[in-house]
Design a protein around this ligand. Structure first.
Ligand code: ADP
Ligand code: MG
Length: 321
């Protein structure tokens, strides 16, 4: 199979909303009047972002999911995706499964694949997504204000727990293993929550590199500080059952791959946010408060209000952790 047969076979869905999709030099799109485009790209590299033997269908899902998570954080409606692939070889089973995972999630969010690039090379998956947001209404990292409450969707640390298991650092019982690996391999981007938070939240980010590190990005961009209540952070049964307290804490505070949303909002919005969580069937938990201290700093406190050391905040590809 040559490059063009491969594209035609696996990555050429019928054009729907796009005027021109896969197959020409450019895709051609119209933007909904009164809207802005929100655009993001995220790359998954074998051996860096996933173990080389990861299931192809899960990879197809995740490579799109991590990108949709960025659109969710901005409150955008997902519309289009581009897919740039480097493949060591043409393996039809692998491609079929990868495409199945990718298009199943694309279908859920009505995302249209409109182009990409395909080349030979070490396995590398790069998706670019385009979403739409009413002009001026994108949620940004920079909108937090002192007095805002800090919220998190879902639970934190599960994917990192799953990875710790795969790396042989922690045994998990069958139920915890299944749950944590599903969280690692099949994250569900909080797309509906992100859009519903427009006009409700002041700032948002998706938690991809560790909760404390990602919250720090909001604080730095908003020139604020924060206090976080350690015991308020949402933990799954699997994380709570982990007997290695040091590992569980590190997963919770600094583990990567959560793909939950962290956002800030005025206290007057509490009831609306709780109602929104109930409507979406998604836990939303208030975990702390934005303050006017030194930009980008945060304090962790226990249930008695005592300060506890912060430690590692998250993942940085160039800091050696
Ligand atoms: P060009 O050489 O003009 O960049 P290519 O030969 O790389 O075009 O790609 C041919 C067409 O296939 C283009 O429309 C491109 O966007 C699309 N394409 C290439 N690879 C992929 C892929 N992995 N997924 C979706 N579309 C792809
Ligand atoms: Mg090309």
């Amino acid at each position: 199979m040559n490059e063009f047969e491969l594209i035609a076979r696996y990555f050429t869905p019928p054009a729907r909303r796009a005027r021109v999709g896969v197959g020409d030099d450019c895709a051609v799109l119209a933007v909904t009047p009164g809207h802005e485009l929100a655009i993001s790209t995220d790359m998954l590299v074998a051996g860096r972002h996933f173990l080389p033997d990861t299931d192809a269908q899960a990879l197809g899902h995740k490579t799109l999911a991590v990108n949709l998570s960025d659109l969710a954080a901005c409150g955008a409606l997902p519309r289009y995706a581009l897919l740039a692939l480097a493949l060591p070889e043409v393996e039809q089973d692998w491609l079929e499964n990868f495409a199945r995972g990718f298009f199943a999630l694309a279908e859920v969010h009505e995302v249209e694949l409109i182009g990409g690039d395909t080349t030979r090379g070490p396995l590398n998956l790069c998706v670019t997504v385009l979403g739409e947001v009413p002009a001026g209404q994108a949620l940004l990292r920079s909108g937090a204000r002192p007095g805002d409450e800090i919220w998190v969707s879902g639970c934190l640390g599960d994917a990192a727990l799953g990875l710790a298991h795969l790396l042989g650092k922690r045994d998990l019982d069958a139920a915890a293993k299944e749950y944590a690996l599903a969280r690692l391999h099949r994250p569900m981007p909080r797309v509906a929550l992100g859009q519903a938070l427009r006009g409700l939240a002041h700032a948002a980010i998706d938690v991809s590199d560790g909760f404390l590190g990602d919250l720090t990005h909001i604080l730095a961009a908003s020139a604020c500080s924060a206090t976080i209540e350690l015991d308020a952070l949402p933990r799954s049964a699997a994380l709570r059952a982990c007997p290695d307290a040091t590992l569980a804490r590190d997963c919770l505070l600094a583990g990567g791959d959560d793909y939950e949303l962290c956002f800030t909002a005025a206290p007057e919005q509490d009831a609306s946010i709780v109602a929104l969580g109930a409507q979406l069937g998604l836990a939303v938990t208030r975990v702390g408060r934005v303050e006017s201290g030194q930009a980008g700093t945060l304090r962790l406190i226990d249930h008695e209000g005592r300060e506890v050391p912060v430690g590692r905040r998250g993942f940085d590809h160039f800091s050696g952790n």
